[in-house]
Design a protein around this ligand. Structure first.
Ligand code: SAM
Length: 285
């Protein structure tokens, strides 16, 4: 049998032999299009000097591609039942370490220090779609010493995450991403490239971590509090949403908008990151 990790017959054979059943609630859709993993590694600019953190190994198809190119790969996988399979599929590699944990509970800063030392580090993944945003926010908010994050997400999520400022799709996540990184949509991937196929199209996105701050609010936490409040009730105006969520007086919010030269009927998606920064400085004093 063709033992390529993109061969569906081999995947089924592996699952049978190890008594492994795919877990829908872990977002297990494995890549079976052989062109995709090399493309992800290339967009991430993985080379022999760098370390890579992979989130969610599945049966190891992307892990293997990354290990062929990188100095070291540390892969975090929540599903204990995949470990025996990975013992077989990744047996040829001595530069892969698997950590059997929930990525949201891993101290990634510590992991990077211990596992990668001075190596430049990148994050690559075909993300479990049910926790795309929490994972991306954790990677960004922890201010990890990483160069880029190159991940597969649902196409709709990609549009929201990479939305330009003041565009229709702009939201709390795109503003946060824009604060920490420069986002790019790299390419789309059709459902047939996965086993089992998901219902929707996917996209690979790359977030290049910003070296310098794009805006400098007096208090970062307050800026994000304001952003979250503004988008809690998306169809409302900025004034109504912020006053309902944070209990601020409408006239204070209208005054703040006037100070930055905006009108009181503006909607949250029409404000830029810089304007949110300025508004949070004014509103939180
Ligand atoms: N990289 C493989 C591929 O592309 O074929 C698998 C990708 S699959 C979409 C997502 C993987 O993430 C699954 O193996 C799943 O078990 C794992 N996963 C789900 N939730 C996780 C979590 N909280 N922490 C770590 N891994 C997780």
């Amino acid at each position: 049998m063709n033992r390529e990790l993109t061969n569906i017959s081999y995947i089924k054979d592996l699952c049978n032999r190890y008594g492994f059943a795919l877990q829908k609630n872990f977002g297990q859709n494995f890549i079976v299009n052989s062109g995709i993993c090399p493309k992800i590694a290339e967009y991430a600019e993985v080379d022999e000097n760098c370390g890579v953190i992979e989130i969610g190994t599945g049966i190891g198809v992307l892990t293997k591609e990354l290990a062929l190119r990188a100095k070291k790969v540390v892969a975090i996988e929540i599903d204990t039942k995949l470990l025996p399979l990975l013992g077989e599929t990744l047996s040829d590699f001595d530069n892969i370490k698997i950590i059997n944990q929930d990525v949201l509970k891993v101290d990634l800063a510590q992991l990077i220090k211990e596992e990668f030392g001075d190596m430049p580090v990148k994050v690559c993944a075909n993300l479990p779609y049910y926790i795309t945003s929490p994972i991306i926010m954790k990677l960004l908010e922890d201010r990890l010493p990483i160069e880029n994050i190159t991940v597969m997400v649902q196409k709709e999520a990609a549009q929201r995450i990479c939305a330009k400022e003041k565009s229709r799709d702009a939201g709390a996540i795109s503003l946060a991403v824009n604060y920490y990184a420069q986002p790019t949509v790299c390419f789309n991937v059709s459902p047939g490239s996965f086993f089992p196929p998901p219902k929707v199209t996917s996209s690979v996105i790359r977030l290049d971590i910003a070296k310098d701050a794009k805006v400098t609010p007096k208090n970062e936490k307050n800026m994000f509090k304001l952003i979250r409040a503004a988008f809690t009730q998306r169809r409302k105006t900025f004034v109504n949403s912020v006053s309902a969520t944070l209990g601020m007086s409408k006239s204070d919010i209208e005054n703040a908008l006037e100070q930055i030269g905006e009108n009181k009927l503006i909607r949250p998606e029409q404000l830029s990151l810089r304007q949110f920064s300025d508004l949070s400085d004014i509103l939180f004093g």
